[in-house]
Design a protein around this ligand. Structure first.
Ligand code: ATP
Ligand code: BUA
Length: 353
């Protein structure tokens, strides 16, 4: 059988990642970094689409050779995990930002437009809005506020499946806690293949991060609105999700830079960083209760899982629970390609949004 060519697209806030997979083989994976000025143009999505086409030409893989497109999905209504065909309804929600604004929204839009233009099927795999929470996890102290989540579903599930395979088991046989520690941090309790609890990273749930405020005492937040610190929700979200955490405390969002400062004896950086590890450990502890103490492993992943100082602090607090296994970085491009290949090869059926 001919190996399928899958074009993989993943837009971040400052980068565009493009790959071609031939079957399970990556033929190339390219990361384009964009300046703030470039993305401040009138049509940033059109700008990135043009770049994607240029890269495909440059690498000798014109779009006509592509059998399917795998695009990272953005903020959608809560949906179950799996691979979804990107359809008109999904693109409408991404374009209108009905469920919020996130760099990954643009990926689905570009994928869909290319698919329409060149008659290629387009899919997304485990988008950020996958929501498998138990009913008990949705209840809050205000009857009008019901929880739903946005999180690193793609990478967390890929890492959990990888761990299960490494010990000769199925994801559906294990109870795992997965902490994705990156620009955003999400900690999921995975019970036999379902993520029954996870913090919603863009809504102030969970630990603070290098950019995000995380949970804060609500009286302080209410006061900031009463004092007119923010004009509207958009400016509030921008600060809470992009200009808080290490950016606010230390003026950087880089774990590498924080590590250098700690080496140079910067006590403020050391306290901030250890407090971040402490908050992550506490949320791992909460996930232990969600899983009633039956935990097969704790998995640490995301860009900051490269940092041994940080992961050792977390290990010191949580390795009494279960083995702690580290998967630095993220494997989103492969997870997208493999999800779509499962559909193309008939092992899984694509879902409709
Ligand atoms: N080797 C390393 N040592 C320490 N920190 C690192 C290392 N490599 C990357 N980081 C840090 O990881 C963070 C970025 O993580 P990651 O790439 O997972 O985030 P992102 O993709 O921007 O956002 P998200 O993970 O929320 O999707 C940055 O603070 C970066 O400096
Ligand atoms: C919504 C994905 C998680 C994040 O960006 O923090």
């Amino acid at each position: 059988m001919k190996e399928q060519n899958v074009l993989v697209l993943n837009l971040g806030s400052t980068s565009t990642k493009i790959a071609i997979y031939q079957g399970q083989n990556p033929l190339f994976v390219e990361t384009l970094r964009h300046t703030a000025e470039e993305l401040a143009c009138d049509d940033p999505i059109g700008f990135r689409e043009k770049k994607v086409m240029e890269i495909l030409e440059e690498k000798g893989h014109p779009i006509e050779k592509v059998d399917a497109i795998a695009a990272r999905g953005g903020l959608l209504r809560p949906i179950e995990s799996g691979t979804y065909e990107i359809n008109e309804r999904m693109v409408e929600d991404l374009k209108s930002e009905r469920y919020g604004s996130h760099a990954s929204n643009g990926t689905g839009i570009i994928g869909y437009e290319l698919g329409q233009k060149y008659n290629i099927p387009v899919y997304t795999v485990n988008p950020t809005s996958v929501d498998e929470l138990d009913e008990i996890a949705r209840v809050t102290g205000r009857p009008e506020v019901r929880r739903h989540v946005n999180w690193h579903a793609l990478n967390q599930k890929a890492v959990a499946i990888s761990y299960a395979e490494s010990i000769g088991k199925k994801y559906e046989e294990l109870n795992l806690i997965v902490a994705h520690i990156g620009g955003g941090t999400t900690i999921g309790a995975h019970a036999k293949g379902r993520t029954v609890e996870v913090n919603s990273a863009l809504e102030g749930e969970g630990p603070f991060t290098v950019e995000r405020a995380g949970r804060l005492p609500y009286s302080a937040l209410a006061n900031s609105f009463l004092n007119d610190t923010y004009d509207n929700m958009e400016s509030f979200q921008k600060v809470m999700n992009g200009k808080s955490g290490a950016v606010a405390h230390l003026g950087t969002n880089s774990g590498i830079e924080i590590g250098k400062r700690i080496e140079a004896g910067d006590a403020k950086a050391a306290l901030f960083y250890e407090a971040m590890a402490y908050q992550i450990s506490r949320d791992i502890g909460a996930a232990v209760a969600t899983l009633s103490g039956k935990v097969d492993a704790v998995l640490l992943t995301g860009g900051l899982a490269y940092d041994k100082r940080l992961t050792n602090w977390i290990k010191d607090r949580v390795d009494f629970v279960a083995p702690v296994v580290i998967y630095p970085g993220e494997n989103e491009m492969e997870a997208l390609a493999f999800g779509v290949l499962r559909v193309l090869e008939g092992q899984e059926k694509a879902k409709q949004y």
